[in-house]
Design a protein around this ligand. Sequence first.
Ligand SMILES: *[C@@H]1O[C@H](CO)[C@@H](O)[C@H](O)[C@H]1NC(C)=O
Ligand SMILES: *[C@@H]1O[C@H](CO)[C@@H](O)[C@H](O)[C@H]1NC(C)=O
Ligand SMILES: *[C@@H]1O[C@H](CO)[C@@H](O)[C@H](O)[C@H]1NC(C)=O
Ligand SMILES: *[C@@H]1O[C@H](CO)[C@@H](O)[C@H](O)[C@H]1NC(C)=O
Ligand SMILES: *[C@@H]1O[C@H](CO)[C@@H](O)[C@H](O)[C@H]1NC(C)=O
Ligand SMILES: *[C@@H]1O[C@H](CO)[C@@H](O)[C@H](O)[C@H]1NC(C)=O
Length: 387
Amino acid sequence: MFRYFPFYISLAAAINLYATHYDGNIYTLSLDSQNSLSIASSLKTCGDAPSWLTFDSSTRTLYCSDHSGNSIINGSLSSYSVDKDGRLTELAKTSDVGAAVHSTLYEDKHGANYLAIAHYGGSALSTFTLPLSSDEEPLQVIRYQMSLPGIKPQQDAPHPHQAILDPTGAFILVPDLGTDQVRVYAIDPHSGRLNACPSLNYTAGSGPRHGLFWKSKPSHLAQAPVTMLYTVSELGGQFNAFFVSYLTSGCLAFRETQSFVPYPGGQLPAGATPAELHMAGTSLHASIRFDQGFTPNDSLATLAHYPNGTVNFGQITSSYGTVPRTFVINKNGTLVAIGDQASSNVAIVTRDPRSGTLGNLIANLRVGDSGQASNSSTGLSSIIWEE
Ligand SMILES: *[C@@H]1O[C@H](CO)[C@@H](O)[C@H](O)[C@H]1NC(C)=O
Ligand SMILES: *[C@@H]1O[C@H](CO)[C@@H](O)[C@H](O)[C@H]1NC(C)=O
Ligand SMILES: *[C@@H]1O[C@H](CO)[C@@H](O)[C@H](O)[C@H]1NC(C)=O
Ligand SMILES: *[C@@H]1O[C@H](CO)[C@@H](O)[C@H](O)[C@H]1NC(C)=O
Ligand SMILES: *[C@@H]1O[C@H](CO)[C@@H](O)[C@H](O)[C@H]1NC(C)=O
Ligand SMILES: *[C@@H]1O[C@H](CO)[C@@H](O)[C@H](O)[C@H]1NC(C)=O
């Protein structure tokens, strides 16, 4: 006979994370309520070199981009449905420009969904209409050229590194490490196509890599909301802040308000480079690769953010591994998952959601084979929370 228990035992559900590795796998990780982190499953998929994941929580669809290929040889784009245990089922796979490193979701005014993908080695930005279908052609491929190489050896070609959606959902920004600019696109509200606007230009040799927007909350002081763009530059080592204005021309204007190296003493050790940038609550965090600030580990820099948009360097803490290429903050701002590429581990540290201070290492897991610090095509390439 059916028997009721007098009460329900509430078991805090485990949280899933997903990691890509240049060994050709997507790994599903599970963090349980005891802070035990383990590999729940893995799937050999997403081309030869899975590099980036974007999760659409509304449809529980995961998009994976592939680093293989270049501007001539294609790579791939794949989509997966995700069950509650984080198991992936491939939904579609198509050919895309090669050497993808980042993607972002956006919509048009009719609610149709798209994905914009930055191709570092492919020197291009591509967009696709969603849901992705197998062998779907891109909606748009915007290929970049430069007449002369930049001043740093890495600036041999245009190298778009990220696609960033602005807070109004009307613009996509693309930091281009090769050409020292953040490219700006206005999204056509009817077709989802991207129209080029004047770009934000950097000092030669900066190499802007990643960035994010912040918009102030409406205040009772009848002040107009403030929108800021924050970026980190891989080659120059700078953190930059820009005041953003929305022009009647349908494009954006930027006024730089701050530029400094987010590191103690305002100077990076030789060879160290900022990589990822994220913000939650009142702090920003930038990962710093190759600084060996906590030997054998590299660092995460924490920066204080003020309501007027000003940012001050705070401190560095251990990245608990080498070459922290990516990291992600959970939604409630209490945990940070760090994806260390060369040591190929995922380290989870606590974060005080009020002060932004990073605390103890609570879980740490090696994922796949470790990579070589000297070879950026090896090791763990990205990490995300399923949220
Ligand atoms: C490469 O991808 C493009 C779409 O970006 C497609 O039109 C083209 O046919 C592909 N080329 C090959 C050789 O698969
Ligand atoms: C940045 O430089 C490009 C030329 O490389 C120019 O077309 C663009 O207008 C410049 N952007 C601004 C805001 O001046
Ligand atoms: C922004 O706020 C901080 C902290 O209150 C203050 O130190 C700084 O001077 C302000 N900056 C500007 C430009 O108002
Ligand atoms: C480096 O990271 C490892 C975890 O990957 C940790 O066990 C060790 O204590 C860390 N050392 C320092 C100095 O941060
Ligand atoms: C944040 O999320 C974690 C995991 O879901 C949960 O344990 C914790 O209670 C949450 N904290 C806050 C402040 O909401
Ligand atoms: C870097 O690693 C990739 C993947 O294992 C390999 O194909 C490539 O030859 C390596 N490059 C160098 C310079 O060792």
